[in-house]
Design a protein around this ligand. Sequence first.
Ligand SMILES: C[S@@+](CC[C@H](N)C(=O)[O-])C[C@H]1O[C@@H](n2cnc3c(N)ncnc32)[C@H](O)[C@@H]1O
Length: 269
Amino acid sequence: MTRPSWAPEGIDLDRPSASRVYDYFVGGMHNFEIDRALAREIEAFTPNVAHTMRADRELLRRIVRYLVEDANVTQFLDLGSGIPTAGNVHEVAQARNPEVNVVYVDIDPVAVAHSRALLEGNSHTAVVHADVADPDGVLADPLVTGLLDFDRPVAILLMGVLQFLPDAADPAGAVARLQEAVVPGSYLAISHATADGQPEEVLAAQRLSGRTATEIVLRSKEEIGGYFHNWTLLEPGLVQLQAWRPDHGEDLSRAVADSGAFGGLARKR
Ligand SMILES: C[S@@+](CC[C@H](N)C(=O)[O-])C[C@H]1O[C@@H](n2cnc3c(N)ncnc32)[C@H](O)[C@@H]1O
């Protein structure tokens, strides 16, 4: 197939990618038929996966809004940021405070190239092509050190990304290193896919992710909670995505039950 102009040279067009499948699920335009076919197969097993991904993106926006409006956070390190789609971190944050600095980090070349194109001219943002499993590499990157002041609080966002790190890549160690790099008053947001409380089909759908370069690892609520280490979880704690400070007063019980991921926000003491 021909490579569209937004796709960087050298990417594998014959293999679906996690970020492009996610882009399709959240309504983005930067995906190929091979990604959409996988997404449709996943959806055929269970609608919960698509539902969870959309809920994840909505939770990301609620958390950023809270951090800028109520916690006065002015610096974000968004790891596994994905292909930009409506309501990106800098859009939500800078609409409330134009001085907020945001560094996006992703391992996927399409996500990085497209983020760079979108952010051209925005001096309060930067995009880094790096692996979350290499936190020292991320923290030493000149774009990170140039834009973020580690003597002031930073919000570390790990939304929907740690599930792409197998245990062998030591996700807990990577998170701990990031936590160590920031001052008290900093925040850590995590969302992570789980099989807890999910129908059997979710496992079948998860296995399909093995077709991409990054198979998803579903972890238990206890394991996910462990990633916050000794930081203080804000209310309502680590919960299913829609249950974290929902915007509207509607009955979310069905949506919450369908959500195959947990999310939470913690503060460094
Ligand atoms: C499910 S998307 C989440 C996007 C965004 N954080 C959100 O919550 O809407 C996961 C993203 O993590 C990226 N990713 C996967 N493994 C990664 C790694 N080891 N390092 C950095 N990014 C990674 C993928 O490329 C993809 O863009």
